[in-house]
Every structure is written in C-alpha cells, then in structure tokens.
Design a protein. Sequence first.
Length: 504
Amino acid sequence: MSNILIDKIVSYLEALYPIIYINYFDFNLADKLISNAITAVSQKSKIVEYNNAYGIIDFDTKNPIFECDLLNFLKITSDYGYEQEIFLILKDIHAQLNDPEIISLLKRISETNLYQKDYYCSIIIVSDILVIPHELENYITIFEIPSPDDQQIIYLINNFKQELNLEISDDVISDFSLLFKGLHEFHIRQILNLAYQDGGMINKEDKDLILKEKEQFIKKSGLLEIVNTTNNIKNIGGLENLISWLKQKGKIFSSLDKALKFGVDTPKGIMIIGMPGCGKSLTAKATASLFEIPLIRLDVGRLLGKYVGESEGNMQRALSISQAISPCVLWVDEIEKAFAGVGQGGSGHEVTIRLFGQFLTWMQEKSNTVFVVGTANDITSIPPEFLRKGRFDEIFFVDLPNEEERLKILEIHIKKRNKWNRGIDLIQLIKPTEGFNGADLEAVVKDTVETAFINGFNSITTTNLLDIIKITKSISSTLKSKIDNISNVKNNFGFKLASFPSQK
Ligand code: ATP
C-alpha cells in the first residue's frame, strides 16, 4: 500500500472534505487504505460501514449488524448524528445516487458536519461505478486509486516469489513489470496465481497468459474493442515515408525494456490525416502487426453516458484499460467525428469538450506504452490543440496514390486474389487510374476477378482490367469538392507526406 495514497486521503480527511468518493473495484484494498488513513487522522474515531446488500455491517469482520435500507439509515444519521468522530463508509450505493431524497440527505449530513460543532460524520463512498449527482458535485471529491508503478510491481512480484518460495529470474521480473503496467494489484496477483497454477513456476512463457488476461479486461469493460487483424505492412501499397517512420518506432517496441533503460522516450503516437480510402485504417492495423502488440479501438461515441460525470468516468476507465493492456496500439478512428463540435460552442457539446480535454491532457502527460494512432479525413473540423507539438510524435498526410503507388496497390490486390500473371501490363493502367484512391483500385480488381469468373475465364488480362476501370467512378469524380478541401489542407498545413514523390 503506497504511503502517498494514504497521505493524500489523510489530507482530504483533515481538510474536512465532506464526501470522498473512492472509485475502485477492490474493496479489500480500499478498506486497507481507509483504515490506515483514519488511524493516521485520529486514534479515537470510529468507522461505521453501510453496505447496500446487507445494511450496517462491522467494518473489521464484515458481519451484519443491522439490516436497514439506505434511506432510513441516512435519515437517522442526519437527525441524530454521532457523539464522537465517525467515518461513514457507504459501499455500492451508486444505484441510489439518483434518488432525490438520498441526495438531499447526503447533502444535509455533509453540511451539518461542516457547520455544526457537536455533529460528527464524514462520508466515504466506495464503488467502482462513478455516479455524481449534479446537486452533490461541490461536496464530492473523487479519489482514484492508480495502478502500481514499476517499483511497486517489482515489489509485488518479489512478495509473491517469497510467499511461495519460487525461483523467478531478474529478467522475467523486469519483463513482467513492464507487461503488468496499468493493471491493479488485485489483477497482478490473480495472473501470478494463474501462471503458477499452470506450471508450478513463473517464466517467460507466461507472457501470453498475461496478454490473454488483459484482453479479458478489455472485453468485460465494453468500452473498447480489440481489433483482430491479419493486415501487415506488406498489404500497403506506397506510403513509404510513413512506413519507414513506423519501422523505426517498431525497433523501439520490439526491445522496449532495453530501449527505455537506454533512455529512449516512449513513442506517443501518430496522427494520419488525409484522403478517404487511401490506407489510413490499413496503416493503423498494420502498425499493431509491425510492433507485434494488440490493436484496441476507441470509439468515443461508446463512452457517452446519461448521468453527470458518467462519460468522463468512462473515458477515464477506457484510458486506464488501454494502459492496462499496454504495450498496445490505441486507434481513434475518425477523430474529427469523435470530437465533433469542440470549439464551436453550444451547451450540447459540453461533454464532448470535457472528453476532448481529458484525452488531450492524457496524451500530453502520458509516459506509458500506449501508442496512439489517430486517423481523420477532414482536418478543418479538428480542434487545433490536437495538432500541437507534444501530443503526437508526428502528423502524416496521406494523399491520393501517385503513379507508382497505384501500380503497387493494384499488384497487391491482384496477388491477394491469386490472379497475378506475367501477361498483366500494369504500366497501361497508370494513366486511366489517375484520381483513383486505394479503395477504388481494390474495387477494380475485385470487379475484374468477379467478371472473369462469371464469364468462365481462368485468369484476368490487362484488357479486362481496363474495361472495368472505364466504368468505375473514382472518388475524385464522385466526391470532388471534399477531395479539393482535403487537398487544400495538405497545401496549407505542410504536414509530413506519407508518400515519397513519384519517380515516374
Ligand atoms: P477512410 O478515411 O474512408 O476511413 P482509409 O484511408 O482509412 O479511409 P482504408 O480503410 O485504409 O482507408 O482503405 C480502404 C480499403 O482500400 C482497404 O481495405 C484497402 O484494401 C484499400 N486500400 C486503400 N489504400 C491502400 C493502399 N495504400 N494499399 C493497399 N490497399 C489500399
């Protein structure tokens, strides 16, 4: 148990913060924290615990003392208070924090505690679900229990090692301390136990187990999505400048422990802006394969909740979960839509603005191994703060594929469908595919192969491809004004180009 945490809660208690909300799932750890902090504040004070399921219970033994509902319990507390210093621990009462009577009683107890000399009752709410009623916003202080840092993780592993008299090499401890980063003490012990049960020892082979367990946490949260992808950089035609940059960062991720010890900064992430259907999502997926780490998608829309503070709580949880699975790629697709409206005013956007601020601060301060890949088309609606230095390591612009890139993309998709043959003359396809994006080129190959099959041919020819190209409407013709707008962005902002200039 970290002394910093105990000191922090002690300082809240001494400053008479009316309600402290410990937002945490592991009640055992929360109890240790509360008991240490309260003893430090005063030896004479007492703890009264109310649990939503059992009523009043003994804080030390957890034995039920008196069954009653929360409303009656708070009414009595509010009317009579206690004659000595009391800390009221309310567990799992989040579902009742929408009830106006409960809210008003909590408010009254807090105020009486603050202003009436002979009335003692400080409230500590413990729940892993954060519900802050608007009326109590000024009374409640949220207390988050962060996951253990490197030193604490090493301490936990060493403790486990000693308890079971195990041999765990220093290399494994060092590797695991990185993998366990972002997980809470409870989960770390759970995984160590599982690994031990599995083979009676703990070694490098248990890495997979840690990753699988981490995936479980993600699925259970429902806030993030694990994207299973087989895409790798070989599936991308062109974008060589971007890919070579990613390969450099990949070297850091493949020896992360060594790189960090050497003094290398952890890469933060990239923003990929540009034309639709030109490989931005493909690159996000390929990045995870290149770095050999999981790909997690953050959909901001999924985080929005109906109660005050719920969306922010969800964002906080989503970010901590991504840290728990790190090293990982966190992909925020269509950033311009996710944070739409930020900077345009209007009360409807307040929550989005707060979420945006939360995400920015996290990006700015983050030193974890979550590599963020943001992708966006229309950068004009992205708040400029997002693009400031210090947030992403680099911002790349993806343009419509140039001549060489078009050839490569066509070749990739023809080969993917096992229809590559020496008779295909790609050079003839360069001019007619001017203005096509990657998705258009993929569609050309798909339709050509389909037509060949329907007509009973075994292979495809250059003429077959040219025939389909003639009837394909490229993105440049269907979405001309959108493409022109995005093109202007490229010229005005001077971002790094994802492609090298064409040699043709
Ligand atoms: P949007 O902005 O509309 O989301 P995007 O840039 O993310 O588009 P992708 O989803 O990566 O586009 O690409 C769409 C499809 O087009 C992919 O499934 C892929 O097959 C093909 N494609 C696009 N660009 C390339 C490329 N550079 N190399 C190979 N295939 C590509």
